[in-house]
Design a protein around this ligand. Structure first.
Ligand code: DOR
Length: 443
């Protein structure tokens, strides 16, 4: 995917990341990492700091390739009170990300080469790399296909109407046929709007008890099953966004076993929060797809461990208070997540023993980097001499309460505010530049 970020020609001081445990696709090792001129210069125990080098303490930390988010709503153009590319990128850096994919449900939608160019230009000065996803259909109206060829010529790899699914199967079929030959990937927000109509939370025991109209798991699973049939027919690859139900996991596992070219992601919130939270009637828990049941959470965690799910993606969805702080049924769905994703995923997956740290970083770094087409720019590692120094330093022993008011995002709609989280991002380097030091964004 085309890089939005100017790599910068100014000389940078060397950085020595000291005393950590380096994690990568190849394994785990105790090592210091020396960064010079934007790349990993050396890796090994007890490296000496060159004169003038910035020394970053990574004692007790994992030193991993920078995280890559497949799913971030940066809201620009059109909804700058909620977020901008600059503030969203800063939130991403604080979360340990070196690259994010900006979702196209903006105003106007990212459905033309001109808007792709605009968002890439905004990303050029951001502190992480900003890749851009395009819409599948013009204006996300589900009728006419976007100009895939001219957008993919600018490096756009993922196409999605996210926020909505493509309702008409004949439109998606044409998108898959057209996209297949261009080497792009259609990414679906699985939600059959007729089955979901009127639902504001998961349909189940809690929705009955609370008297809030529910949205059946079927709304997600029926569209996923339909899309898998279209993948089988066309041979085109598809990615499935924010899968949230045990039934979806079963469908995806069967499709993979059959050899279909499919991938799937889950969010930190669907791994860690259930529909019981909605009993507070707090709109911060309103999200699409809705929070599900403990059985769904267990199935999602198992799918992360078994490899059915390829990525943990944030679905960072900022909304300003004047929109979000409304009665549950009137509030827009979505929650921010870039700054808390790694700690929440660590707490949901590693702490209970579902998977080890290497697999966690696979889900948050090198697998999404591959799906986003960002490995060419060095995202997702591995951290070896000569590789671009995109680095996330994570302290798994840190305990802290996330305060949304001190976050980098323009919005504060997080359900994790005020909750104690296990683990914290200590430093983030992007292209060798320390963009976060000791938890503080540097620009
Ligand atoms: O909760 C959500 N919010 N789900 C989506 O798919 C879209 C997102 C948004 O853009 O606010």
């Amino acid at each position: 995917m085309t890089s939005s970020r100017t790599s910068g020609t100014r000389p940078r001081p060397a950085v020595l990341v000291e005393g950590g445990t380096v994690v990568g696709p190849g394994g785990v090792q105790r090592a210091d990492v020396l960064v010079e001129d934007g790349v990993v210069a050396a890796l090994g125990p007890g490296l000496a700091a060159p004169a003038g080098a910035l020394r970053l303490d990574a004692g007790g930390c994992y030193v991993a390739p920078g995280l890559v988010d497949l799913h971030a709503h940066l809201r620009e153009p059109g909804n700058e009170p909620a977020e901008t590319v600059e503030t969203g990128a800063r939130a991403a850096a604080r979360g340990g990300y070196s690259a994010v994919v900006a979702m196209p449900n903006t105003e106007p939608a990212i459905d033309s080469a001109a808007v792709v160019r605009d968002v890439l230009a905004l990303g050029r000065d951001a502190c992480v790399e900003v890749a851009v996803a395009g819409t599948i259909t013009l204006g996300r109206r589900g009728e006419h296909l976007s100009p895939f060829a001219e957008m993919s010529a600018l490096g756009v790899r993922l196409f999605t109407d996210d926020g909505r699914g493509v309702q008409d199967p004949s439109v998606l079929r044409r998108a898959l046929e057209y996209g297949r030959d261009l080497g792009i990937v259609c990414a679906e927000h699985c939600e059959d709007e007729r089955l979901a109509a009127g639902g504001h939370m998961h349909e189940g025991a809690w929705s009955s008890r609370l008297g809030i109209p529910g949205q059946s798991a079927l709304a997600e699973e029926v569209m996923l099953a339909r899309d898998l049939a279209l993948v089988r027919e066309t041979g085109a690859p598809m990615h499935f966004l924010h899968l949230s139900t045990a039934g979806s996991v079963r469908l995806l596992a069967a499709a993979r076993a059959e050899g279909l070219p499919v991938s799937g992601e889950v969010t930190p919130h669907h791994l860690s929060l259930t529909d019981a939270e909605v009993a507070t009637y707090d709109p911060v828990y309103k999200v699409n797809p809705p929070l599900r049941t403990p059985a769904d959470l267990a199935a999602l965690a198992a799918a992360c461990a078994e490899g059915t799910i390829d990525a943990v993606a944030t679905d960072h969805a900022p909304h300003p208070p004047e929109d979000k702080d409304r009665p549950f049924e009137e509030a827009p769905p979505g929650m921010i997540g870039l700054e808390t994703a790694l700690a929440v995923a660590y707490g949901a997956l590693v702490v209970p023993g579902h998977l080890d740290v290497m697999r966690l970083f696979a889900l948050l770094s090198w697998q999404p980097a591959r799906l986003a087409g960002l490995t060419g720019a060095g995202h997702g590692g591995p951290l070896v001499p000569g590789a671009p120094a995109h680095i996330c330093v994570f302290d798994p022993a840190a305990h802290g309460v996330f305060d949304p008011a001190s976050g980098a995002s323009r919005s504060r709609n997080t359900p994790f505010g005020g909750r104690e989280l296990t683990g914290a991002v200590r430093h983030t380097l992007v292209g060798g530049e320390p963009v976060v030091i000791a938890g503080e964004a540097q620009r």
